[in-house]
Design a binder for this molecule. Sequence first.
Ligand SMILES: [Zn+2]
Length: 196
Amino acid sequence: MDTPKILSVNCNHCGATLDVDEQTRFVTCAFCHSRLAIQRTDSAVFTEVLEKIEAQTGQMAGNLKVIELQNNLDQLDREWTMSRDNLLVSGRDGSRGEPSIVGGVISILVGIVGGGAWTAFAASKGAPPFFPLFGLLFMGGAVVVGLISIIKAGHLDATRGDYETRRRQLIDAIDAEKRRQLGQAGISGGTDQQTR
Ligand SMILES: [Zn+2]
């Protein structure tokens, strides 16, 4: 006796009872026309709507895409914070702040004017060589600090511009991906209603 057994399964979409033979793997519901896959476990036989399975897989892939983009965004933010920290300069009160071109120029001017005046004054009074030399050292130090500040300010501006562009692109990509998913959900919702 090799006649296939007939099984009763319920459509997972509309709940109708469907008779299928035990070897059948796919069936179209006679009532709602859903395409169904017949799933078997040791203890149960049940159906899954194929369209629904596909939609979930698509949605999961979409969610992964959003998660990946959000991870990229976090990474970008971390990288920016690190680059920025490396470009901060110590202010006069010892706190770390963003370098500025104006600050650099002021530092150079103060160095040249202050150091120059000190040196000229010390030299004109015939002070021991240490005193005019100190003025020159001060001048040199202030010019170097000022130049570093100006270079870092330029670098920080460029890095920030780059960071903001990439950040906008990522946020746009995340928005686009979310809209695409919402669009898909809307379309599959529409088909659901048509089949009912
Ligand atoms: Zn059905």
